[in-house]
Design a protein around this ligand. Structure first.
Ligand SMILES: Cc1cc2nc3c(=O)[nH]c(=O)nc-3n(C[C@H](O)[C@H](O)[C@H](O)COP(=O)(O)OP(=O)(O)OC[C@H]3O[C@@H](n4cnc5c(N)ncnc54)[C@H](O)[C@@H]3O)c2cc1C
Length: 399
């Protein structure tokens, strides 16, 4: 990381800091990004580090694309623009194949029982395998809540093919500690490395590639597996499910509920809500504890949204009980929330919808225009979506 950027850089989970980070990154979003994005250790000038903010939509994909494409033509910023589309692609893919999440999630307790106290697993998550780069990234993840994309690929590959640990436990380690921990990007990236996403195509971490792209900081020559045989699906092949379209915005007055998946949703609504509440954090989707850094980032992101969207200066995060009593005091029977992508938040909202309906309140899942445009193109490989990027940008009126 160069000195100027390092000094200015902060992971503070507020929309203001995310927007500032985007502004600072704009000059690097074209050629510099394309040339340097694979180098681990130069973060703030080579990659955007925006994922923790986008994960919770403190800033949105649309805002990022809008700013980048107002600064650079698509032909210069294509690489970065494509990466932003990967996030929506993975969400769309998981939405088309929700059993991939449920099967992974249901397998975790048993895998943790079997491997959680084994020496191999403990050494991996505590950074004591003796493979310096891997140990460094394991500790970096726990201490900072961030890991560079290339390091995530090497790490997942070493976990699966050298240490021969179950991919699900590696995905769980990431999801609990990453500030940007995301059910779709994380689960599907781990499956991609293991050869389950693009069937049979795996990612092998090589010592010379690690040495080159860490500027020689690491060189695990002789320590890594030299082969990466594709993993087998432990259960039936993922089923393709039809996409559910969200609900329309109700015509009657409604209460708006913001959640950790979409904290800028209020800005996209065509009619104003009677009031806005921010729901407290969902479970992270693991029987094990969430990492301190990731937990702090998420809670502070929720508080930032509550402070910006709620009227009072010391807003608290809401529970089911608060939603019912606020709706009753306002005399509204409709609550609106952003259509949540597959994951723990969507599961909890499905339960909440049932609980509210018992109180005579309807919870509406309204889909963001961006998601409605991208998700339908996520049923197959990324290449199919990539070809549609110019058309999708036009449809979304970007820039
Ligand atoms: C094994 C593994 C696990 C991962 N787990 C997560 C996760 O839990 N959450 C998460 O947000 N990303 C995950 N990623 C994707 C990627 O590593 C991060 O999004 C990226 O490193 C974030 O850093 P950045 O903002 O500096 O990215 P940049 O390179 O600056 O990219 C800009 C934006 O594009 C998106 N993006 C970039 N690369 C990817 C990608 N491969 N997949 C999806 N979106 C991408 C992100 O929104 C990112 O903020 C994972 C990748 C791997 C290989």
């Amino acid at each position: 990381m160069d000195g100027e950027h390092q000094n200015a850089f902060t992971w503070q989970p507020t929309r203001a800091v995310g927007l500032q980070r985007l502004q600072d990154f704009l000059p690097h979003a074209a050629q510099t990004y394309a040339r340097l994005r694979n180098y681990d250790g130069r973060h703030a000038s080579a990659v955007s580090c925006l994922s923790p903010w986008v994960r919770h939509r403190l800033i949105t994909e649309q805002e990022i694309l809008q700013q980048v494409l107002s600064s650079w033509p698509l032909q210069n910023s294509e690489k970065f623009v494509q990466e932003v589309f990967w996030r929506g692609y993975f969400k769309g893919w998981l939405q088309h194949h929700p059993t991939v999440w449920s099967t992974y999630h249901e397998a975790l307790p048993d895998l943790i029982d079997r491997h959680g106290s084994s020496g191999d697993y403990r050494n991996a998550v505590e950074g004591r395998t003796g493979i310096d780069c891997f140990d460094h990234w394991a500790r970096e993840l726990v201490e900072t809540g961030y890991m560079h994309n290339h390091a995530r690929m090497w790490f997942a590959s070493i976990w699966i093919f050298t240490l021969r640990l179950p991919w699900q436990l590696g995905a769980d380690f990431f999801l609990r500690h990453l500030m940007d921990g995301d059910p779709a990007s994380n689960t599907l990236s781990w499956r991609w490395v293991g050869g389950l996403h693009t069937k049979g195509k795996t990612y092998l971490a090589r010592a010379d590639n690690i040495a080159e792209f860490t500027d020689g900081r690491f060189n695990p020559a002789g320590q890594l597996s030299e082969e990466a045989p594709a993993l087998e699906e432990g259960c039936e092949h993922p089923r393709l499910t039809g996409l559910s379209l969200g609900d329309p915005l109700p015509a009657t007055p409604f209460l708006l509920l913001l959640t950790e998946d979409d904290l800028e949703f209020a800005a996209s609504l065509s009619s104003p809500p009677a009031d806005i509440l921010v729901l407290g954090a969902a479970e992270r989707g693991s029987p094990l504890a969430t990492g301190r850094v990731a937990q702090t980032f998420r809670n502070a992101a929720l508080s930032d949204a509550a402070l910006r969207w709620a009227d009072d200066q010391s807003p608290s995060l809401s529970s089911e009980h608060d939603i019912v009593s606020r709706a009753q005091s306002l005399g509204v029977r409709d609550v609106v929330t952003s259509f949540a992508p597959v994951g723990p938040n969507a599961d909890r909202l499905a339960n909440l919808r049932q609980a509210l309906s018992r109180e005579g309140i309807t919870l509406h899942f309204v889909q963001q225009t961006y998601d409605a445009a991208i998700w339908p193109h996520g049923s197959k490989g990324f290449f199919a979506l990539k070809k549609k990027i110019p058309q999708l940008l036009e449809q979304l009126k970007i820039p």
